[in-house]
Every structure is written in C-alpha cells, then in structure tokens.
Design a protein around this ligand. Structure first.
Ligand SMILES: NC(=O)c1ccc[n+]([C@@H]2O[C@H](COP(=O)([O-])OP(=O)(O)OC[C@H]3O[C@@H](n4cnc5c(N)ncnc54)[C@H](O)[C@@H]3O)[C@@H](O)[C@H]2O)c1
Length: 262
C-alpha cells in the first residue's frame, strides 16, 4: 500500500480565486492557500490582499468580467475557485420586502452562479470549486428564511454541478460553517441582541467552544488539493458539531418576542 506524500497537501503553483477575501473566512482561506504555495487572486467589496487583488461587488457582472479577464491574462487558468462572499441581515420573512429578498438572492446565490459561469472556461481536469454555504442551509432559520433558502440552493447546486462536471475532472464541494466569529457573524449577532431576541451569546457548540476562520480554511485546503482528489459533491460541516446535534437553535420561535421585534 502506497503512503500519501506529505507534499499532497501543497498547492504549489496552483491558481486559486477566493471571493470575499478582505476579512473573515475568505481572508483566512486566501492566506492559507498562499502559505501552501498557491497563486491567489482575490476580490471583495473592501480592499483585499493577494497576488491579484480587485475591489468589486461580486453581484456586478461587468466587474466580475474584468476580474476574470485579469486572472486569464495573468495565469491563463483557474485551479481552485472558492465562492466565499455572502451575507445576510436579520428580518422576519413577513417584513422582508421583495427588494430585500432580491438582494439576499443575488448576494448568496446568483453571484455564485455568475462567478462559476465566468471562470469555468478557465478550469480544467483536476480543478476544484468550493462553495461556502452555512449550517443554516440544513436547518430552519427563523429570521433568516431567504438567506437559508439561498444557502440550501447553493448546497443543491454543489451536488448537481459535481455530477455535471465530473466527466471533465472538476470537483465541486461545499463547506458549511457556523459559530466561527467574524465581523459579519458578529454584526448579525449584535443586531439580534439589540432587537431583544432571545439569543444566548454564551451558548456553545457541542465541542464546547467557538471556532475560528482558520478552521474553515483547513477544510478548504483539503478540498482544494490532491488529498481530496476522489471527493466531489460533498459538504464539510465546520461548526463544532452543531449540524450533528440537529442544529443550534438561536432563538425560541414560540417566544412572542420574535413577533414583537420583527
Ligand atoms: N462566520 C460564520 O460562522 C459563518 C456561518 C455561516 C455561514 N458563513 C458564510 O461564510 C462566508 C464568509 O462569512 P464571514 O463570516 O467571513 O463574513 P464577513 O462578513 O466577516 O466576511 C465576508 C467578506 O465578503 C465580502 N463580501 C460580502 N458580500 C460581497 C459582495 N457582494 N461583493 C464583494 N464582496 C463581498 C465582505 O466585504 C467581507 O470581506 C459567507 O458566505 C457566510 O454566509 C459564515
């Protein structure tokens, strides 16, 4: 039996694109990929750092086209695409306007299909797409209904594309994070607390502590490279056991406070 080479974890010379890489999980993934030898192209609404870095909104198809052209001119190919950008606000479904809903759909779903559509022609056999979803894709998420539905759509897309792209040797997987404190995650939590929602900030996942963005980066590093060469259509839950526990109820939906504050 042949042992794996320790080098199998490396991404030496691979071209990796990471969206939403100015902070949080995206930045941890981009920095980890660079540390393991990848050339990293990053984009974000805020200024990101990388071998090729662009400030843009991933919902803007013209800006994405410019970004894709720059990647093509610099390296001529993409080996790893991480669709990490995404986000949400807290609101009861009944209070979410059609415009608010559209924003959540574009922010968490159509920008991903747009990015994949644009970069796929640069991807060949052995390359890897990683979609960052959420544990909310796998459970009821009161106050986040449209966001959770879009993350669930991304999970479904991940599996369908895994099969469509398998004949081309392109793998497609997902990472479903939760309880990884980041600016984005904290902002949502603060708004929930400010709204008086019965959210317990002291609650911990089954592992007994919160995670960190680097925990998601470890999963992304595995999925990006040769160690995961036979892994496609899979989701890695980076959540300290929340998914295994059947979800992590952020609030008691029977509580009248939810109806009062939303
Ligand atoms: N942190 C968690 O525990 C957690 C839980 C569930 C899901 N997620 C998912 O992980 C991903 C990263 O989240 P995070 O916690 O690091 O959040 P974050 O808000 O701290 O970072 C997100 C980054 O993406 C960028 N971004 C967002 N929308 C963008 C857009 N339209 N165009 C360009 N850049 C954009 C932001 O500017 C920011 O730099 C998101 O998709 C989020 O839904 C995170």
């Amino acid at each position: 039996m042949a042992a794996l080479s320790p080098d199998a974890i490396l991404l030496t010379g691979r071209v990796a694109v990471v969206t939403g890489a100015a902070r949080g999980i995206g930045r941890a993934i981009a920095e980890t990929f660079a540390a393991f030898g990848a050339h990293v192209a990053v984009c974000d609404r805020d200024k990101p750092d990388g071998d090729l870095a662009m400030t843009l909104d991933v919902r803007d198809p013209v800006a994405v086209e410019v970004f894709a052209q720059a990647v093509r001119e610099r390296w001529g190919r993409v080996d790893v695409l991480v669709n990490n950008a995404g986000g949400t606000f807290h609101a009861a479904f009944a209070d979410t306007s059609p415009r608010g809903e559209q924003i959540l759909i574009e922010e968490n779903f159509t920008q991903v299909t747009g990015m994949i559509r644009r970069l796929l022609p640069l991807m060949g056999g052995g390359s890897s797409i990683i979609n960052v979803t959420s544990s909310e894709a796998h459970q009821a998420a009161p106050g986040f209904a449209v966001y959770a539905a879009m993350k669930a759509a991304l999970e479904s897309l991940t599996k369908s594309l895994a099969l469509e792209l398998a004949p081309r040797g392109i793998r497609v997987n997902a990472i479903a994070p939760d309880a990884l404190p980041t600016e984005g995650e904290e902002r949502v939590r603060e708004r929930m607390l400010a709204g008086g929602l019965p959210f317990d900030p002291a609650r911990r996942p089954p592992l007994g502590h919160l995670g960190k963005p680097e925990d998601a980066a470890g999963a992304a590093l595995f999925l990006a490279g040769d160690l995961a060469g036979f892994v496609t259509g899979a989701t890695i839950h980076v959540d300290g056991g929340i998914h295994a526990a059947g979800g992590w109820r952020r609030m008691d939906v029977s509580d009248s406070q939810l109806r009062r504050t939303t």
